[in-house]
Design a protein around this ligand. Structure first.
Ligand SMILES: Nc1nc2c(c(=O)[nH]1)N[C@H]1C(S)=C(S)[C@@H](COP(=O)(O)OP(=O)(O)OC[C@H]3O[C@@H](n4cnc5c(=O)[nH]c(N)nc54)[C@H](O)[C@@H]3O)O[C@H]1N2
Ligand SMILES: Nc1nc2c(c(=O)[nH]1)N[C@H]1C(S)=C(S)[C@@H](COP(=O)(O)OP(=O)(O)OC[C@H]3O[C@@H](n4cnc5c(=O)[nH]c(N)nc54)[C@H](O)[C@@H]3O)O[C@H]1N2
Ligand SMILES: [Mo]
Length: 765
């Protein structure tokens, strides 16, 4: 049995020049060629013209919002890749299951698995067998029901959600899980923006962005931290470009000079095709991994010092007096900040920090955005609280063009939370559920992703059910995670395509294929649509455009409905069959349970959708312990990097979507046909006695006696900040210990893994 995920074929790996600008002609060409080749011109046109349009479907890639004025082609290169990947006309043939045993699937890479086509029939792997075999939907639900109903406690099952699930399905799914009797609802958010929700929830009373889309057009300064928009939120580059045209300045804070942060050639403007494009970052802050908390504190200190030098001119006294708590304690604490600690943690010079402070102080309206470079750090929650502190000092909250804007990942990860996908939903939500459906939802908090893995490793989770995603590949400590998953009795994956989680399974396993976002969804009452929430809290409808790849597929809603009927039986007072026949019925319940969704069915039919209420944004109201925006005191704890080691971040290439590998290329970083590379600063290479192009074994250091290593990785000399290396996720999850989590939010620390590079003992594999 293979114990480590197999690697992609790197035999043709090429390392060339990195790009210093993003998108432009190559972007659009790259996005259209595979689509047309795979699907033909007509299907491609239908799909692309419906993507992100008001009467179309929501892009399944990221959670970037749609502007009010849409272009005919309102999509990016990577959105087109996601759509092409999902809407491929190739289906996994029935013969596949006989030809490929589980042991065989275990030797296949993520790229190979994803390329086999769409899953079109339910398959079952019985205990003791080494093959999946086709099974009827009825039989599949019977198997799940008998396993779930045999458990000693509902808490012996866990129900995962990946962030593509639409609002209606997510609501029905959590309702089923709670009616079954557990809050074990881990989700991808536990590995993603959990730190954001924790920090903002506590300090501002809402874990979501406090700005609206239009605020990007109405601001003086945008600070983009720990985020690679050129690859992961490409349409954000258009918003940044628009902001610049209106006079805003942009600062990028990143250990890597990501192409999209430097210069952008907009393929939708003539100038983007022939010209030099737009310079994006006015200041690039080349920070060390994990240095952001120190930087935020240093900026706040400079703001406070400037106020002392010119009293009454720097702080927003009115806002602070009326809306904030904790200023005095914060000032006393920040006064003791040691500049030497800051310079060490950030790797910056004092004058670089002075320049940024000056930009911040002279801007009336400031937005700070961030993503995984911040949330997956050990001190992520404290860092985000310091972002909030800095914004509050100058009243950059709840006024046009200003606020805190986490940029979410999966296209509906934010909506899933709003709908109750969380292991610890507040009592107010559970009370509303109780009132609406007349049952007692469990109150004991459930397991998040990391704790679910640990419970599984202990043998406490017997049934694993996943609504999308690929947890064994996405979570830290691949070997520990795989061993844990194999210890379960039954694993069930609702999926569109094959991935590693279909090979690393329990004693018995099921794959339930489902319709994708791009496909038409017909039910008894007619054609259905679903809804999603984007990163700035706007909710809108999404309707598929093309015929489903197979008539045998069920929608996710139909799967939840049938699962609930099979498990809970006919005595369940909830109208599960009705939900499947007509999604309006579940929307009526959502309207009664979830604040902000009043008259849901009526308002979702408005072509523009609607924006959810948001206290900080709308009225400077803060639902916190003090009833005010909380300025907090956070203790700096620099990341320790023992001599001879590097800090490694695990990140995305340009041609992947999380664990889905579209191709082995990473165009902007100059990598082709391979992924086993580790990017290291040339001065660090000198210091470590290593050379560009050399093969190394990458060992992670964690004192628990387990050897965690990636063998034969090629060193790529790259302008990463000093002491900071980078390698691709999900492969590098082998190196991240399951116990290495952020304080307070229990997110795997995927962005600062202590590693040692050792010249590879073996020859190229
Ligand atoms: N095409 C595509 N789109 C996607 C995804 C995808 O895989 N492919 N994934 C989606 C999902 S789920 C998510 S969550 C988002 C992820 O979007 P990103 O957060 O942009 O994803 P990463 O590739 O993890 O990039 C992390 C960035 O943070 C920087 N960084 C790392 N550590 C630090 C640090 O300590 N400080 C600072 N200041 N910067 C740091 C890295 O250099 C890198 O630029 O994208 C979403 N959109
Ligand atoms: N080391 C490291 N680990 C990380 C990260 C990192 O930066 N570094 N990032 C973390 C982050 S931000 C996230 S969000 C997680 C992602 O974790 P997941 O959400 O679990 O992983 P994905 O790769 O997005 O899941 C892809 C699978 O979802 C299925 N799928 C796609 N579309 C649909 C659909 O419409 N319906 C259903 N039912 N299934 C569908 C397909 O079968 C596909 O193979 O990974 C986390 N892990
Ligand atoms: Mo994410």
């Amino acid at each position: 049995m293979t114990t480590t995920p197999p690697r992609e074929d790197d035999s043709q790996l090429e390392v060339g020049h990195r790009e210093t600008w993003a998108v432009g002609v190559p972007g659009i060409v790259h996005s259209m060629v595979p689509a047309i080749e795979g699907m033909g011109v007509a299907r491609t046109a239908k799909l692309m013209l419906g993507l992100n349009q008001k009467d179309g479907y929501d892009c399944p890639s990221c959670a970037w919002p749609d502007p009010d004025r849409r272009k005919a082609a309102e999509f990016c290169e990577n959105g087109a890749k996601a759509v092409t990947w999902e809407a491929t006309p190739i289906a996994v043939p029935r013969s596949f299951w006989g030809q490929h045993s589980i042991d065989d699937l275990l030797t296949r890479s993520e790229h190979w698995l994803g390329m086999q086509g769409r899953l079109v029939e339910p398959v079952y792997k019985p205990a003791g067998k080494n093959h999946y075999e086709p099974v009827s939907w009825e039989k599949a639900f019977e198997i799940i029901a008998s396993h779930l109903n045999e458990l000693e406690s509902p808490d012996e099952a866990a129900f995962y959600t990946s962030g593509r699930t639409a609002n209606e399905t997510a609501f029905a799914y959590q309702l089923f899980v709670r009616a079954f009797g557990t809050n074990n609802l881990p989700d991808c958010s536990n590995m993603c923006h959990e730190s954001t929700g924790t920090a903002m929830g506590e300090t501002l009373g809402v874990g979501k962005s406090t700005i609206a889309y239009d605020d990007f057009e109405d601001t003086d300064l945008i600070i983009v931290m720990g985020q690679n928009p050129g690859t992961n939120h490409p349409r954000m580059l258009t918003a940044l470009e628009d902001a610049k045209r209106k006079g805003a300045k942009i600062v990028a804070i990143n250990p890597l000079p990501e192409a999209g942060l430097m210069r952008y050639k907009n393929p939708q403007r003539p100038r983007g095709i022939v010209g030099h494009g737009t310079k994006i970052a006015d200041q690039f802050v080349h920070i060390r991994l994990g240095g952001d908390m120190a930087l935020m504190q240093a900026l706040s200190k400079r703001v406070l010092d400037a106020e002392r030098a010119a009293p009454g001119t720097v702080l927003d006294h009115e806002f602070l007096a009326e809306h904030c708590s904790g200023l005095e304690e914060f000032m006393a604490h920040i006064d003791h900040l040691d500049e030497a600690d800051v310079l060490e943690a950030t790797g910056l010079t004092a004058s670089e920090i002075d320049e940024l402070a000056e930009r911040y102080i002279t801007a009336d309206r400031v937005i700070i955005t961030w993503a995984m470079g911040i949330t997956q750090q050990k001190k992520a929650v404290s860092t985000i609280k310091e972002i909030v502190n800095l914004l509050l000092l100058r009243g950059n909250m709840g006024k046009p063009g200003a606020g805190a804007s986490p940029i979410r990942g999966h296209s509906n990860v934010q909506g899933d939370r709003t709908m109750g996908i969380w292991e610890k939903m507040p009592d107010a939500f559970l009370d509303a559920l109780q009132k609406e459906f007349e049952f007692d939802p469990p109150r004991k908090h459930g397991l998040d992703s990391v704790n679910a893995m640990k419970a599984m490793a202990r043998g406490d989770i017997k049934v694993w059910f996943a609504m999308g995603g690929n947890l064994v590949a996405a979570i830290s400590d691949s070997q520990v995670a795989e061993a844990a998953m194999r210890g379960t009795r039954l694993t069930v994956q609702v999926s569109t395509k094959l991935n590693r989680s279909h090979a690393v399974i329990g004693e018995e396993a099921l794959i339930l294929p489902t319709k994708g976002r791009t496909e038409l969804d017909r039910q008894a009452s007619g054609l259905q649509f679903v809804s999603v929430e984007d990163t700035v809290c706007a909710v809108h409808a999404s309707s598929g455009k093309v015929e489903p790849i197979s008539n045998h597929l069920l929608s996710e809603m139909a799967i939840v409905s049938r699962l609930a009927r099979a498990v809970l039986g006919d005595e369940s007072p909830i109208d599960w069959a009705g939900f499947e026949a007509n999604y309006d019925l579940i929307r009526d319940h959502i309207a009664n349970v979830v604040p902000g969704f009043e008259n849901f069915n009526e308002r979702i039919r408005n072509i523009d959708g609607f924006v959810l209420p948001n206290g900080p944004r709308d009225s400077r109201t803060f639902n916190t312990l003090t009833g005010r925006a909380m300025i907090t005191v956070n203790h700096l704890e620099p990341v320790v990097r023992p001599e001879g080691t590097l800090l490694l971040q695990t990140l995305r290439s340009h041609d992947q979507y999380n664990t889905t590998i579209y191709s082995l290329n990473d165009r902007y970083r100059g990598i082709k046909k391979g992924r086993s590379v580790v990017f290291v600063n040339p001065l660090d290479l000198d210091e470590l006695g290593l050379e560009d192009g050399q093969l190394v074994d990458v060992f992670s250091e964690w004192n628990d006696g387990i050897e965690r290593v990636l063998r034969s990785y090629r060193v790529v000399s790259y302008p990463s900040a000093r002491g900071c290396a980078a390698a691709y996720y999900p492969e590098a999850n082998v190196l991240v210990p399951l116990d290495s989590v952020t304080d307070e939010s229990n997110t795997p620390v995927s962005k600062a893994v202590v590693v040692r590079l050792v010249p590879a003992a073996a020859l190229v594999p």
